[in-house]
Design a protein around this ligand. Structure first.
Ligand SMILES: Cc1cc2nc3c(=O)[nH]c(=O)nc-3n(C[C@H](O)[C@H](O)[C@H](O)COP(=O)(O)OP(=O)(O)OC[C@H]3O[C@@H](n4cnc5c(N)ncnc54)[C@H](O)[C@@H]3O)c2cc1C
Length: 246
């Protein structure tokens, strides 16, 4: 799925003569950064928002645009993309300026109390306030360190799921033990339009950073022979599967 941007909101600043002087810079256009635009807007402060990604939305947009989210107050269920679209709609009146596809590399306090901020693209700011809404940091996938594996990237090797339908009916190995790995493992194992032919979850240890409920569900699915979990640390442990995963 390609993210749809709202042209009214997303204005990537072009080249400037000297630093942009402003009241507020927000680092990160994830849910927190976007809602910060709203909070500042209520105070009639316009913000400049910077993100490494080419589009706003942070983790929900980049890592799980189609996954259902159940814990937003007053919203029974929405996807990562729907959450982003709603936040963008909510901040539309406040005219933020977005500087996307660039990473903040310099933040320096000036003698006059303002902050000098510079990005990887050379955009510079002098701002009275800076809001760090950088979440878990700028996104860079941790790549597999296997000789020659790069040539499979984009055909058989993927570091993120853009369109879950691309993986429907396939034999999948999901590598990792965080929320992302567990969420996609469950998504592709459960009945539904994106169900895979088979799913193996491969993790370096028998312990997970993911939400305990997701781990419990994964183990249930293993016990029901719906999927497999393999610990991939040593030759002996790679033979361990579902029932020995507990
Ligand atoms: C697979 C998965 C499923 C999840 N499911 C749920 C769920 O169902 N419900 C829930 O409540 N939470 C869920 N979460 C957690 C939720 O996504 C995060 O808590 C939330 O995204 C945090 O928002 P944020 O704005 O603080 O940070 P982020 O969403 O991480 O956004 C931070 C942004 O800052 C940018 N950034 C960082 N450093 C820089 C820099 N130096 N320069 C420029 N830009 C920078 C990043 O590119 C990023 O876009 C899930 C997380 C994952 C990975």
């Amino acid at each position: 799925m390609e993210p749809k941007l709202s042209p009214a909101v997303i204005q990537t600043a072009q080249a400037h003569e000297g630093p942009i002087e402003t009241d507020a810079v927000i680092v990160g256009a994830g849910p927190v950064g976007l809602f910060q635009v709203f909070e500042l807007g209520l105070l009639e402060i316009k913000a400049h928002v910077i993100d490494s990604l080419a589009y706003p939305g942070g983790q929900p947009m980049e890592l799980y645009p189609d996954k259902p989210i159940y814990d937003i107050p007053a919203v029974p269920v929405c996807t990562g993309k729907e959450l982003t679209d709603a936040l963008l709609k909510q901040i539309e009146p406040f005219g933020a300026t977005f500087h996307l596809g660039q990473t903040v590399t310099v933040v320096r306090k000036q003698d006059d109390g303002r902050f000098f901020v510079e990005t990887s693209k050379g955009t510079q700011f002098l701002t009275k306030t800076i809001f760090i809404a950088a979440g878990v940091g700028a996104f860079e996938p941790r790549t597999l360190k296997v000789d020659g594996i790069d040539k499979f990237e984009g055909s058989q090797l993927f570091y993120r799921v853009k369109n879950p339908a691309d993986f429907a009916g396939k034999n999948l190995v999901v590598v990792g033990g965080g929320d992302s790995a567990l969420d996609w493992t469950l998504n592709f194992t459960n009945e539904g339009p994106n169900k895979a032919e088979s799913v193996i979850l491969l993790h370096r240890r028998d312990g997970f950073k993911a939400a305990p409920a997701s781990v419990a569900k994964m183990k249930e699915l293993c016990d029901a022979y719906e999927m497999q979990f393999i610990v991939g640390r040593s030759p002996a442990s790679t033979r361990r599967t579902a029932s020995s995963a507990r």
